[in-house]
Design a protein around this ligand. Structure first.
Ligand SMILES: [Zn+2]
Ligand SMILES: [Zn+2]
Length: 250
């Protein structure tokens, strides 16, 4: 079978499955999406009571500006560890001499993306597929399974990532005194011993302040108007927080 026949037949197989998947989860009814590359979970939602979570595997991206496709195994910008799964598609392409499955990136169109999803679905299996529309990029993902939010600490952590850091993307917010930064050692006193990636309750946050703040805090017997004024706490992302902690502990 040549590639054209193969990809068309796979696409025809996917279409009814994809329609059922969309209908079952009412995917078109969700106004928002959010995905977290650390935990490889996609959230579709309207609000906190109207949401669904899926595991996802990034298959590839189609750039609307350069009109090129890029397979996830080739894409150094993607941090999802499970992108390595897409090497199985490449291997299948090598066995069958399907060039489009073996080249990392090439000029393409929006139809290729769906065919690639259909082929990925056949090789990697799942319950459906999804296309995330980013600003200049279409992000094609395979959905291996639904994730249930109840009692799931990864989902909880993901939903707490509400702060967009210029360096680290969406992260959980953390709080430090105005004197702390990632370049200067000033001491690092925490409200509790924090470790990266630890679970936090709702309304619980990483908090730290410098040696000078600690002196003032002790002088006033704890946090009060005066010591808080001196600290002038600012919000940073959790990764920035642990960079400051690492610096001060080095
Ligand atoms: Zn301070
Ligand atoms: Zn950050």
């Amino acid at each position: 079978m040549d590639y054209k026949e193969f990809s068309e037949s796979e696409l025809n197989k996917l279409i009814p499955i994809q329609n059922d998947f969309k209908a079952e989860f009412k995917l078109d009814d969700f106004a928002h999406w959010f995905y977290d590359a650390d935990v490889e979970i996609l959230r579709l939602y309207n609000d906190d009571n109207d949401e669904v979570f899926f595991k996802y595997i990034p298959i590839g991206t189609f750039s609307l500006t350069s009109k090129t496709w890029m397979w996830s195994w080739f894409n150094n910008y993607l941090s999802e560890k499970n992108k390595i799964e897409t090497l199985k598609i490449k291997k299948f392409g090598e066995e069958n001499n399907y060039e489009k499955l073996t080249n990392g990136t090439f000029p393409s169109d929006e139809y290729d993306g769906w065919e690639f999803l259909a082929i990925s679905f056949e090789i990697l299996k799942g319950i459906g597929t999804y296309k995330i529309n980013l600003e200049n990029l279409e992000y094609y993902v395979l959905i291996p399974e639904q994730v249930y939010a109840d009692g799931n600490s990864e989902v909880k952590k993901m939903k707490q990532k509400k702060l967009e850091c210029g360096n680290h993307g969406y992260r959980r917010p953390a709080f430090v005194c105005q004197h702390l930064d990632p370049e200067t050692k000033r001491g690092f006193i925490e409200s509790f011993e924090a470790t990266p990636d630890m679970d936090l309750e709702d309304e619980e946050y990483f908090e730290a302040w410098c040696d000078d703040c600690e002196k003032i805090r002790v002088k006033y017997n704890g946090w009060n108007e005066e010591s808080e004024k001196f600290a002038n706490i600012k919000m940073v992302c959790e990764n920035c927080y642990f960079e400051m902690k690492a610096l001060n502990n080095s």
